[in-house]
Design a protein around this ligand. Structure first.
Ligand SMILES: Nc1nc2c(ncn2[C@@H]2O[C@H](COP(=O)(O)OP(=O)(O)OP(=O)(O)O)[C@@H](O)[C@H]2O)c(=O)[nH]1
Ligand SMILES: [Mg+2]
Length: 198
């Protein structure tokens, strides 16, 4: 988070992370369409619409005094481009972990979460706001959610939430975004209050 008190601008970074083909790009596109900014996402894609490096776009909210600028990225799920992922997640204020709810994708989700864990140490991943979007809820054959949560040790994390989404039709996508924002802003609010009280 970058706070420029002179220009009254707060900048945030939010990253969509998750296994290959889980719906990260579809989610960001759906989010930007909601704000009428569908054309503004910059994507670096292969010829078959797979993300090569990342997708990127910004959403800005302005109130009377302050401007909140959110820089939003997706990572690539393709292991061939694995090297790009730590760069994209660096200095992020919040993570939206897009899980592929398809039954057969369970292991890939778990591996992707484990990889994410390696990029942060245990403490920072615990502190950083995280929302798990259980995407592709429209599929009939889905993995058992409690099993997944147990595998990633969900209960052991703070600042975490779980939302079901269908990125294809936008269901839950805005809710997920609002949730990560709430987690990020309430966390920084707590920090400021702590600082002010000491
Ligand atoms: N059934 C279903 N399919 C979805 C949903 N969201 C995305 N998809 C499909 O899943 C495939 C992959 O979606 P992408 O958004 O490109 O996935 P990604 O996570 O960005 O993939 P990489 O960038 O390659 O890691 C596409 O065919 C999407 O149409 C969903 O909610 N339901
Ligand atoms: Mg993508």
């Amino acid at each position: 988070m970058i706070i420029n008190s002179l220009e009254k601008v707060i900048q945030l970074k939010i990253v969509y992370y998750g296994p290959a083909m889980s719906g990260k790009t579809t989610s960001i596109k759906s989010l930007f369409n909601h704000f009428g900014k569908g054309e503004e996402i910059q994507s670096i894609e292969s010829t078959v619409n797979r993300t090569l490096f990342f997708d990127y776009g910004t959403i800005t909210f302005q109130n009377k005094n302050w401007k909140l600028k959110m820089n939003i990225y997706t990572t690539t799920g393709q292991d061939f481009y694995l090297i790009t992922r730590p760069t994209v997640v660096r200095a992020t204020d919040g993570i939206i972990f897009v899980a592929d709810s398809y039954k057969e994708a369970l292991k890939r989700n778990i591996n992707s979460w484990k990889e994410l864990k390696r990029y942060f140490n245990r403490k920072t991943l615990n502190e950083i706001p995280k929302v798990i979007a259980l995407n592709k809820q429209d599929l009939r054959e889905k993995f058992a959610v409690p099993h997944f949560l147990k595998e990633i040790n969900y209960e052991s994390y703070d600042n975490i939430a779980l939302i079901r989404t269908i990125a294809l039709n936008g269901e839950g996508v805005l809710e997920t975004f609002e949730k990560i924002l709430t987690l990020i802003l309430s966390k920084s609010y707590q920090k400021t209050t702590l600082l002010n009280n000491n």
